[in-house]
Design a protein. Structure first.
Length: 397
């Protein structure tokens, strides 16, 4: 009795099997085949399911199973047709890289590659690299970002701790030590470490270094810069200054100074000085030639000035207009000037002491000195950092 198998509906083009391919029996098996009819071919294996479309490579269809051998000694069934390959998955294109921030731009992140079989993600765009500021030379001979075009820009970061600042001249008060006067005051050890006028690596507004001055006599201990007034970036008639300052105590009521500028006005014994310091518990301007103050040294004047807190960094800015004699002063980056410390040629009620005896048109600074002048015996430690001079407002940032 013959064996009947129902074959699935198969495209016969897939079943191209040669006669020789069916001679798979052994000699004894083939001998018996004369008595037993050849078994029908096994059922063709079903095609593998197509791979689903996805972000990865489509999964290839499973290879069709091998047909079951026919009953008896018939030849093995023909292998089922190979399943169709799954459709290729479409890879996701990589995101473009983030644009680099100002300064050294960050390289954009490479896009994620598409999964195998998909389109490879494109590389992220490289971040844009911003050109750094071409810093003007500082007193240390280094370049500092944001210093372009400034006559002076010094953050003291290139200086050595417990040494005098480079590019500045140290003046040690009324009795400085010299070869002829070896017993005079030297810039030597300060109480608690360091030197009297030198670099402090333990306190700074930015970075790690600042300029520190410990104490001072009535002539003052000062670090003085003159190069900014004679350099190619000469200040002319418009001088803008910016510095960060810190004081070891609140402003005293007696007269003391922390900034002194020589000027083109000559007194009989020395250049007249334009000084900035403390009096009446606030910041005051003082003109050495006549001892005039701005604002007035009374309660009305003090109310129009400012008083830094002890051991707190504050930003001091001012503008000297030598062509008019006007002064503008800003405290801690304020957009408005400080009334008591600014002068426009017309005296307010709290500025009567400056009228006729103070700063005049045609007088210009020729140096910048930072330190401490103790005119009444009050001692103070002062720090300065990020000192800059230019021909337009610099700002506290």
């Amino acid at each position: 009795m013959g064996l009947s198998l129902e074959l699935p509906n198969i495209n016969m083009n897939h079943l191209r099997v040669s006669a020789t391919a069916l001679v798979l029996c052994t000699a004894s098996a083939c001998a018996s085949s004369a008595q037993n009819p050849t078994g029908n071919s096994g059922a063709t294996g079903q095609s593998g399911a197509s791979g689903g479309t996805g972000s990865g490579t489509g999964t290839a269809g499973a290879t069709g199973g091998t047909g079951t051998a026919g009953a008896g000694t018939g030849a093995s069934g023909v292998s089922g047709a190979t399943g169709s390959a799954g459709a290729s998955g479409t890879g996701m294109t990589g995101s473009a890289g983030v644009t680099g921030a100002s300064g050294s731009g960050a390289t954009g992140v490479s896009g994620n590659s598409g999964a195998s079989g998909g389109t490879t993600g494109s590389s992220g765009a490289s971040g844009t690299t911003s050109a750094p500021d071409s810093g003007a030379p500082t007193a240390d001979g280094a370049a500092s970002g944001g210093c372009a075009g400034l006559a002076l820009c010094d953050d003291f970061e290139s200086d050595t701790a417990n040494m005098p600042p480079s590019g500045w001249t140290v003046l040690m008060g009324c009795n400085p030590a010299t070869t002829e006067n070896p017993s005079g005051t030297m810039d030597g050890p300060a109480s608690g470490g360091g030197i009297l006028v030198g670099i402090d690596a333990t306190q700074a507004h930015s970075g790690t270094n600042s300029l520190r001055i410990v104490g001072g006599d009535s002539c003052g201990y000062y670090a003085v810069n003159t190069a900014a007034f004679t350099s190619n970036a000469a200040l002319g008639t418009q001088m803008y200054a910016r510095m960060w300052a810190r004081f070891s105590a609140a402003p005293p009521s007696s007269h003391n100074g922390f900034l002194s500028m020589n000027t083109t006005s000559m007194a009989s014994h020395q250049p007249d000085l334009l000084r900035l310091g403390f009096q009446n518990d606030v910041i005051e301007w003082n003109w050495y030639g006549t001892d005039s103050t701005l604002p007035d040294t009374d309660m009305a004047g003090a109310a129009q000035s400012v008083a830094p807190m002890a051991n707190t960094w504050v930003c001091l800015e001012f503008h000297i207009d030598s062509s008019t004699g006007n002064i503008e002063f800003w405290y801690n980056g304020a957009s408005m000037t400080t009334p008591g410390l600014s002068w426009n040629g017309t005296a307010a009620a709290y500025q009567t002491g400056w009228t006729g005896g103070g700063w005049k048109a045609g007088i210009a600074p020729t140096s910048l000195g930072l330190g401490w002048g103790s005119f009444n015996g009050v001692m103070m430690t002062t720090w300065f950092d990020d000192v800059a001079l230019g021909t337009s407002r610099i700002g506290c940032n």
